[in-house]
Design a protein around this ligand. Structure first.
Ligand code: PBG
Length: 332
């Protein structure tokens, strides 16, 4: 942005001249949103009777493996470049040691393979964190009431290798442990997965906006305490910069800011400071807010596109959004 925009005094300057018609407005448009900017998060369940709409996310469903295959085909047809898989795993198989996180047959890994079978060209992103398989709902291993860092990172590396083996293109570490990006990058390198990309949830805040997501993956009832010892304090800005700098130095290819709309200042700051592919996650609570108001008739559906354009204006290269298929259809 130019530091001192030259604006001639009225009437030489009439800013409304370029707003007069759709054609003139099109010529004066500064940012755009395309289907290529979208990553579509989906929930895949292995629970008997677990498929169906998520009450706090009306319009979003937990899918069976077959549903995931159909979603992949929809993504291809609509020109959405990537799907991100979130597992809704069998509650009876969650343990304190989270071994299922690196089981090749866990629902996340089965979903990767199912999608790759029907849509090999679609990029598949995963989530790396232990919460779907953890008896106490945390992203890390809990020992004597403490979320332990280094032991968790070892578990995350095992989880990542199983996902890479299943065919994931992009790994999304969302756990916020220290040192995980470097450790993941090194285990990928030394196990022959040199080309697997890492989109680090680098600036991930301890947010109340994840509530509906925890319902969707069945973690809400389980979570003991909160995630404030590993996710960033919403009051902090400088700390997000340190997180991003550290993750890039350790080998992240792309970074994410999460949640999205309440953290647009962070998006802009990260994009300006690092000039690397920067993504925002329009999280479950943002979806619930928008969709709840739209369904009540309090807001028009136009706010969906407006909310996504805001991320582009804030410098984001792309957005993870539950609205991806709907928006891709609109933009097609
Ligand atoms: C956890 C994870 C969360 C989300 C993505 N990965 C929730 C959390 O940190 O508790 C939230 C996404 C959303 O709210 O849409 N590994």
């Amino acid at each position: 942005m130019s530091p001192n925009p030259i604006v001639a005094p009225f009437p030489a300057t009439r800013l409304r001249r370029l707003r007069r018609t759709p054609a003139l407005r099109a010529l004066a448009t500064e940012t755009n949103l395309t289907r290529g900017n979208l990553i579509w998060p989906i929930f895949v369940t292995e629970v008997e009777g677990g498929a169906g709409e998520i009450p706090s996310m009306p319009g979003v469903e937990r899918l069976t493996l077959d549903g995931a295959r159909r979603a992949a085909e929809t993504a291809m047809r609509l020109g959405i470049p990537a799907i991100c898989i979130f597992p809704h795993s069998d509650p009876d198989l969650k343990t304190e040691d989270c071994e299922r996180a690196w089981n090749p047959e866990n629902i996340g890994n089965r979903a990767i393979r199912a999608i790759k079978e029907v849509a090999p060209d679609l990029a598949v992103m995963t989530d790396i964190a232990l919460d779907p398989y953890n008896a106490n709902g945390h992203d890390g291993l809990v020992r004597n009431g403490v979320i332990v860092n280094d032991e968790t990172v070892e578990a995350l590396c095992r989880m990542a290798l199983a996902q890479a083996e299943a065919g994931a293109d992009i790994l999304g570490p969302s756990d916020m442990m220290d040192g995980r990006i470097g450790a993941l990058r090194q285990s990928l390198e030394s196990n022959g997965y040199k080309d697997v990309a890492i989109l680090s949830y680098a600036a991930k805040y301890a947010s109340g906006f994840y509530g509906p997501f925890r319902d969707a993956v069945g973690a809400s009832g389980r979570l003991v305490g909160d995630k404030k010892t590993y996710q960033i304090n919403p009051a902090n800005r400088e700390e997000a910069i340190r997180c991003v700098a550290r993750d890039l130095a350790e080998g992240a290819d792309m970074v994410m800011v999460k949640p999205g709309m309440p953290y647009l200042d962070i998006c802009r700051m990260v994009r300006d400071q690092f000039a690397v592919p920067t993504y925002a996650y329009q999280v479950s609570g943002e979806y619930a807010m928008l969709e709840g108001a739209i369904r009540n008739g309090w807001l028009s559906r136009d706010v969906v596109l407006e909310s996504l354009l805001a991320f582009r204006r804030a410098g984001c290269d792309g957005i993870l959004t539950y609205y991806a298929p709907q928006v891709a259809e609109l933009l097609a």
